[in-house]
Design a protein around this ligand. Structure first.
Ligand SMILES: Cc1cc2nc3c(=O)[nH]c(=O)nc-3n(C[C@H](O)[C@H](O)[C@H](O)COP(=O)(O)OP(=O)(O)OC[C@H]3O[C@@H](n4cnc5c(N)ncnc54)[C@H](O)[C@@H]3O)c2cc1C
Length: 323
């Protein structure tokens, strides 16, 4: 039985799990994706973030790396690829969380699911999924993985253009493939890309993928024509965006407002011992920022622990703790 189960391993859930450790709580962090960091890792790891206190600017993936180091200071239990499906309040006031990896039990719950469990939009055709993460990428961890490679980027939005531009100085060649002639990205980024060495293939649709002699062959069809061709590359990065699904909230024993959870100033939901923090919450003046979530996490953890262990008194300042 854990003291606190924290649902969602985005930046806010990560900080909450660390803070629970700082407060001597036995915490469990549950994350549906194969890696921590939430939107920061999945959507913009290479971007600079300018509004996290103490860092004039920090690359998003570096922020996740620092949060990971901080998280492991108190070694909380972390379960990745674990999606919480139901939350049941038991007669003794504790909670059972059912997930795709079995059930977990906790005395209190902190929900930090952001916009809901999100997943990359996949290629629309069938292909050998053994290529995923090896040659076909929906997530990028490190630009260095693509050094001196021929890289194809599929997509026409800001993210696809940003990746194409970020890869250009690292990769041997970068080709962006988009089904329309017009890109949906910022005009200045589109101009920058046009002036760069990125090869632009529009309007093309991807039709198939095969691996031959350690290279990918990407089947292409020119939009609105019967013209078919192919391109070979070492890697394909697919940037069709993400879908976020917060419908699961409807089955949880708390009041919701659309895809958000109303909370009071203690970050408490409508149910005792279930707290919520980060992008998923709603209160007057809420801002969906990392900094706001970092402020909400200590409130939720402290309030939850006061509720579970009213006899425990702890110093407010981390500088008073002996670690
Ligand atoms: C392009 C872009 C740029 C941004 N730039 C900035 C910026 O410069 N500064 C700033 O402050 N903010 C920025 N943000 C917003 C910032 O990323 C969010 O405010 C922040 O990520 C919220 O953190 P979170 O932990 O609440 O949620 P998330 O980051 O969304 O993490 C939630 C996690 O919960 C997991 N999850 C969901 N459902 C379940 C479930 N049922 N079971 C288990 N796990 C689940 C998800 O997989 C996800 O990993 C930006 C956002 C985007 C998209």
């Amino acid at each position: 039985m854990y003291d606190l189960s924290i649902i969602g391993g985005g930046p806010v859930g990560m900080f909450a799990a660390f803070y629970a450790g700082l407060r001597n709580a036995d915490a469990l962090l549950l994350e549906s994706l194969p890696r921590l960091g939430g939107q920061v890792s999945a959507l913009y790891p290479e971007k600079d973030v300018y509004d996290v206190a103490g860092f004039p600017h920090i690359k998003a993936k570096q922020l996740v790396s620092e949060l990971t180091t901080q998280l492991h200071e108190f070694a909380p239990a972390v379960s990745l690829e674990t999606t919480v499906e139901t939350i049941t309040k038991e007669d003794d006031g504790t909670f059972t969380l059912t997930t795709n990896q079995g059930a977990f039990h906790a005395k209190g719950v902190i929900i930090a699911i952001g916009n809901g469990s999100f997943a990359p939009r996949k290629l629309a055709f069938d292909y050998d999924h053994a290529l995923d993460d090896r040659r076909v990428h929906y997530f990028i961890n490190d630009l260095e993985d693509f050094r001196d490679s021929d890289v194809a980027v599929a997509g026409g939005g800001d993210s696809a253009i940003d990746w194409a531009l970020a890869l250009e100085p690292v990769a041997k060649s970068v080709t962006i493939i988009h089904r329309r002639d017009q890109f949906r990205g910022l005009e200045s980024s589109v101009e920058k890309m046009k002036a760069s060495s990125v090869n632009i293939m529009t309007p093309y649709l991807l039709t198939g993928l095969t691996e031959e002699a350690s290279r990918l062959t990407i089947g292409l069809k020119k939009a609105r024509t019967k013209e078919e061709s192919s391109l070979t590359a070492d890697h394909l990065i697919v940037n069709y965006g993400f879908t976020a699904d917060a419908r699961i909230l409807r089955d949880w024993p708390i009041e919701i407002k659309g895809a958000t959870i109303p909370v009071n100033t203690n970050m408490l939901t409508s149910t005792d011992r279930i707290y919520a923090i980060g992008d998923v919450v709603d209160y007057p003046g809420k801002m969906q920022l990392i900094a706001s979530g970092f402020g909400e996490a200590p409130v939720a953890v402290t309030q939850a622990l006061q509720e579970i262990y009213p006899e425990r008194k702890q110093p407010l300042h981390s500088t008073s703790l002996i670690h």
